[in-house]
Design a protein. Structure first.
Ligand code: NAD
Length: 421
């Protein structure tokens, strides 16, 4: 399939290509290099017929986009959501390429998505969808080719079904085909909380960079899923005041600081943060505009945009989610001296420990949790300093510094390999 590197108006792909354009300009690369990096290497779209529990057949659409292979096999999550579309998956795949290069993993970037609402689907339906999708994309995934992981709306159960379906297809168990799988199937200790741990550590580093202490820092978290929930928990444990959190159903606020463990327990039972007794309800949009030391968007793309960026009153934005800040909002926040720690740095803990999980599967050896955490911190610290130094040297935002470093590494790998034929 031919995919032109023209940007649509708005949306995450437009933002991803704007960021790439800026990095290519800084690096002085030519238009051909931009086109090559703006374009996915491979895109597979499949129809996924689903038999609902009541017998109806519904035909869903699934995608797997492999953006780049210059540094190694492609790596990236699988998303379930009613609004998933190809352009979103393309953008997320491109960001995965930069993220892997930035933290120096031997991977390119990929992403997958199925347009399904997991909340209105039964477990049996999700299993059937996952297995059918996996068998459809099986020819293009594999431990040396493309390694999926969980993302929004998917979890370790989905990874277990993917592992099983792929393994049955090839006639042997292939633990390295996915990461973020259950520990009992070769998942890595420390993987489930790795993204959140990284987000929390980077938040502490960003606060220190701005001369602030994490103890007593006022923080709000948008999204209370795999990333947001544990980031709130780790920062609460570090002494921060988590003043507000939200999920797709609503938001809650307690200016003196939420009792995060109690909120986690409430959400585990209720399925939402809404109704938590230890807090007041809050209009979800207002969470982004509270007076804060740190705002952590940890839900979906494009939530900080031209329409609300001037009302963001946080000193620091740490992007737990991928692409939560549009290009226009990014410019506005920089003008207003808000420090934005970009997604490809802030949430890279997940893919770093996914890489450790893949390495452990290839070694058939399990590392201790302490070992995983030590190596995670080491990589994130190196990347943080590289980005901060480069931003100061080039006098650019942390995002542009991070993207530029990553684009340079990917392009170097491409140049060394050469263009075939
Ligand atoms: P998840 O499905 O576990 O949780 C998503 C959370 O966001 C849920 O609480 C949901 O209710 C909430 N949400 C959805 N739409 C919302 C909205 N409009 N407003 C407020 N809340 C909303 O997903 P996750 O794995 O936590 O991923 C969150 C973000 O982090 C995504 O951008 C994902 O790509 C990114 N990310 C995840 C990982 C990982 O390891 N899971 C790694 C890197 C980046």
């Amino acid at each position: 399939m031919t995919v032109m590197a023209t940007s649509p108006s708005g949306g995450p792909l437009c933002d991803a290509r704007t960021q790439l354009r800026q990095a290519v300009e800084i690096l002085g690369y030519d238009e051909g290099t931009y086109d090559m990096l703006a374009t996915s290497r491979r895109e597979v779209s499949v129809s996924v017929p689903l038999r609902r529990d009541d017998g109806r057949i519904e035909v869903l659409v699934g995608h797997r986009v492999q953006h780049n292979f210059s540094r190694g096999p492609a790596k990236g999550g699988l998303r379930f959501g009613p609004g998933v579309d190809l352009d979103e998956v393309r953008a997320l795949a491109m960001w995965m390429t930069w993220k892997c290069a930035l933290v120096d993993l031997p991977y390119g970037g990929a992403k997958g998505g199925i347009a399904i609402d997991p909340r209105s689907s039964s477990m049996a339906e999700l299993e059937r969808v996952t297995r059918r999708y996996t068998s459809e994309i099986a020819p293009v995934i594999g431990p040396d080719q493309d390694i999926p992981a969980p993302d929004v709306g998917t979890d370790e159960r989905v990874m277990a079904w993917m592992l099983d379906t792929y393994s049955v297809g090839i006639g042997r168990t292939a633990p390295a085909v996915v990461t973020g799988k259950p520990i009992a199937l070769g998942g890595s200790l420390g993987r489930a909380s790795a993204t959140s741990r990284g987000v929390a550590d980077i938040t502490v580093a960003a606060l220190a960079h701005r001369g602030r202490d994490v103890r007593g820092a006022r923080i709000a978290v948008q999204g209370f899923g795999k990333v947001g929930r544990d980031a709130a928990r780790f920062l609460h444990e570090a002494g921060a005041r988590i003043v507000a959190v939200s999920d797709v159903d609503g938001a809650v606020i307690a200016l003196e600081g939420l009792d995060v463990p109690a909120l986690v327990a409430h959400a585990a039972v209720a399925g939402t943060v809404v109704g938590f007794a230890g807090a007041d309800p809050l209009e979800p949009a207002e969470l982004l505009e509270l007076e804060l030391d740190v705002l952590i968007p940890a839900a979906v793309e494009g939530v900080i945009h031209e329409g609300n960026a001037r009302r963001v009153r946080a000193a620091i934005v740490v992007e737990g989610a991928n692409g939560p800040t549009t290009s226009e909002a990014d410019r506005i926040l920089r003008e207003r001296d808000v420090l934005v720690v970009p997604d490809i740095l802030a949430n890279s803990g997940g893919v770093i420990v996914s890489y450790f999980e893949w390495a452990q599967a290839n070694q058939t050896y399990r590392w201790s949790e302490a070992e995983v955490e030590r190596r995670l911190r080491e990589r994130m610290t190196i990347a943080w300093h590289a980005v901060v130094d480069s931003a100061a040297r080039r006098d650019v935002s942390l995002r542009l510094a991070a993207t530029t470093l990553a684009v340079e590494r990917v392009t170097e790998a491409h140049r060394l390999r050469g263009l075939y034929p």
